[in-house]
Write a protein that binds this ligand. Sequence first.
Ligand code: PNS
Length: 173
Amino acid sequence: MKNITAIYPGSFDPVTNGHLDLIRRGSKLFDRLIVGIARNLDKSPALFSMEERKEMLVAMTSDLENVTVDIFEGLLVNYCIEHDANAVLRGIRAVSDYEFELQMALMNRKMEPRVETVFMMPAEQYSYLSSRIVREIAKFGGPLTGLVPTMVEERVRQKIAQNQVTATHSTLL
Ligand code: PNS
C-alpha cells in the first residue's frame, strides 16, 4: 500500500464550508492531508492575516487526526517535495474553475512530475461558494449562514466592523 500525503493549498481568506467539505473528503482519501495557506499572493485586499486564517482552519479541523494546517511561501511544488507530499488536492466547483485549475495542474506537473493533482467536487450546495463571495456579502451586511462556520462568521463580522472603524478614523484625520 502507498502512503499518500496530499497538500490542499489555497488562500482561505476566510475558510468556507466548501473548503471544510473538501478537507473532510480529502482526509478520508489520503493518509495525511496538509492544508497549506499560501503566503504572498497577489490577491488583495486580504481580510485576514495568515496567522488568523491558520487559527480558524486549525479550530475547524481539530477533530481530523490526519489533517494539519501550515503556511507556505514560494512554489507549491517545492513545498510538496519538502514535505514528501505526492499529491495536491484541489476542488472544482463548476466548469468555470476548470481552465485555471488545468493550467495550474499542468504547470505544476511540468515543474515537478512526481506530484499529481487530484480534483474533488465539494457537496453541490457549496458549488457557488467562494471566500471572495463571503467577503463581499459580509462587507454589505448580508447573511453568511450556511456559508461559513458560526465561529468564522463571527470573526468575519468583527473584522469588517474593525476595518470600518479604522477607515472612518483615517478619513477624520
Ligand atoms: O485559493 P486559491 O487562491 O484559488 O489558491 C491558489 C493557490 C494558492 C493554490 C496558487 O496560487 C498557488 O499554488 N500558489 C503558490 C505559488 C505557486 O506555486 N504558483 C504556481 C502555480 S502553477
